[in-house]
Design a binder for this molecule. Sequence first.
Ligand code: FAD
Ligand code: PYC
Length: 415
Amino acid sequence: MQRYSTWRLIREALRAHSGWVPAWEDRDPEPRYEIVLVGGGGHGLATAYYLARNHGIRRVAVLERGWIGGGNTGRNTTIIRSNYFHPRSAALYDFSVRLYEGLARELNYNIMFSQRGMIEIAHSEADLETMSRAANSMRLSGVDITLIGREQALAMAPLLDPSPGCRWPVRGALMQRRAGTARHDAVAWGYARAAAALGVHIIQGCEVLGFDSVNGRAAAVETSRGRIEADRIGIAVAGNSSSLARATGFELPLHSYTLQAMVSEPVKPCLDCIVSSNTNGSYVSQSDKGELVMGGNLDRCPSYAQRGGFRVTQSVVAPLVEMFPAFGSLRLMRQWGGTVDASPDNSPIIGPAPVPGIYLNCGWGTGGFKAIPAGGTVFAHLLATGTHHPLSAPFDLGRFARGELIDEAHAGVAH
Ligand code: FAD
Ligand code: PYC
């Protein structure tokens, strides 16, 4: 892996940056791999890295139809937290936060993980009551969650409207101190570079169109760049999961929706934690560039369009301006969307597909960025050993048939 010294930076500046080499090589596909991963988002790339690093499996290809990180991984609002209600979810997401805590060092890549803390605002007695129940459950799962009072919440986000009679009064908040944000493209690039350094092939501009079976077992993928054989195939294509499953002959209990986000013009530092409101369906943080990064709930009309409608944009911006009157003078700079894969219980699906030889990592919906390190670890374990990692077993597709749902509707705005 390359390390760049100050001297190297100066030398490249003096020779018009002609000496840099790509962080990973964009490969042409070979006819056969041990494992093919479909989807070059965070989950596909992290899985490839952990297959090589934890299991010594290096005959691995990541097939990405566009460019790596060009899906939801590069479109999200980068919130990382583990304040989930059910113990099985809390265990998975908290494992992920712990991996994020060491990820820059592990990948030797600055992912700009900033544990700035997150507060979910309670606007009423009823909110406080619900939050204290949630906090108890999360603390029993070992998550660092605290119910804080009004004064502490206002001290963390001083631009919140403090008046008791305002539209969204602050009565307290649920705080996770270790929650934070990271640079999303850096997460994709860091995993890609580390995986490629271990021998993984990263193949961009290669769309998987279908699957070939031999004796009822998937044995190859048909791609826009030809047929590629594999012993095992992992699918991590987020909002495209159900259409790819259909191409294979099975249905997934997923719906694809647009989730949108937006940023304001950049301003000086004015908000150094993440603030969300489940009651009004909005959240905001400030990026290192100074933009306010905002989002809210899904555009609830199934769609593959990577842009959202104005009504939802308005439903995010309006309560934020009511909560933070000072934001009312800012201009909105950009708005975009991603296609997320929502499952019936708002929890991911990790496990074997109904077709032998194919494995699924999907259903992360609006919340899978925070889960990339854990998702990659458990999916690599499944693909390498054929058995579940203990953390992924509850998230098997079979839970829908058994009625063992892991309902995370509480898990936060946009969840
Ligand atoms: P993706 O990053 O979408 O990667 C899938 C890849 O598969 C894509 O690059 C796509 O091009 C490729 N692909 C699709 N079909 C094929 C095919 N047939 N052949 C080859 N390649 C294919 N999560 C959080 O935890 N915190 C947040 O703050 C947060 N905010 C969000 C805000 C927005 C606006 C959006 C859209 C999502 C947000 N999420 C958030 C969710 C998070 O981004 C996703 O859950 C996560 O990125 C999913 O990662 P992935 O690798 O599974 O999918
Ligand atoms: O999972 O924290 C989250 C999230 C925030 C916005 C979208 N997803």
